[in-house]
Design a protein around this ligand. Structure first.
Ligand code: HEM
Length: 165
């Protein structure tokens, strides 16, 4: 039973459970994990950091200590939690992903930046938790679903912009 992929998200129950458990562990120490994740994201992809104007000019130590970074990490956590909590309610999940897409489309962020962030996130999970390959693959599958909904919605938003050009 737990191995049959559900048609909406293409995730099996086992994969959803693995992701839920891994995320629950991640959020239990999110104050540290969140800052560390964004710190790595910004160091690995300076082009992603460039979007965060409120963090301009901070050196590495100031960035790690920044309350703005902590606040942003908390916004991100709430949003990801809303996705994970709704893996069983695909209609709601799609709307939640559309909202995030719209908020980021306004900032000219592209699917490529999400793809980079997601790939780094999976690596990060493997670095900070004792997880098996099954769980990492479950994360990859979950984030691939999020990315595909987001990419489709970005195309729609772009087409709407073109229509109004
Ligand atoms: C699933 C992945 C992501 C989630 C859930 C997420 C979530 C959020 C949330 C909830 C906010 C605050 C609300 C808002 O202002 O819209 C936010 C702000 C922001 N996000 Fe994301 N985000 C994600 C990925 C990204 C990526 C890949 C970038 C890459 C550039 C990005 C850049 C930003 C920026 C620049 C802000 C504004 C920060 C500020 O000035 O306070 N986000 N994000």
């Amino acid at each position: 039973m737990g191995d049959i992929p559900e048609p909406g998200t293409c995730l099996t129950e086992r994969k959803k459970t693995a992701v839920r458990e891994s995320w629950a562990k991640m959020v239990s120490t999110w104050k540290t994990n969140g800052v560390e994740f964004f710190f790595r994201l910004f160091t690995t992809f300076p082009n992603i950091r460039a979007y965060f104007k409120t963090l301009d000019g901070l050196d590495q130590d100031a960035l790690k200590a920044s309350s703005k970074l902590r606040a942003h990490a908390i916004n991100f956590k709430h949003s990801v939690s809303s996705f994970i909590d709704n893996l069983d309610d695909i209609d709601c999940l799609v709307i939640l992903i559309h909202k995030v897409t719209e908020n980021h489309f306004r900032r000219n962020i592209t699917p490529k930046q999400f793809e980079d962030a997601f790939s780094l996130f999976t690596t990060f999970v493997g670095d900070v938790q004792e997880v098996d390959e099954f769980t990492l693959n479950a994360w990859r599958a979950t984030l691939a679903t999020v990315l595909s909904v987001l990419t489709e919605h970005m195309k729609t938003l772009e087409a709407q912009m073109d229509g109004h050009a």
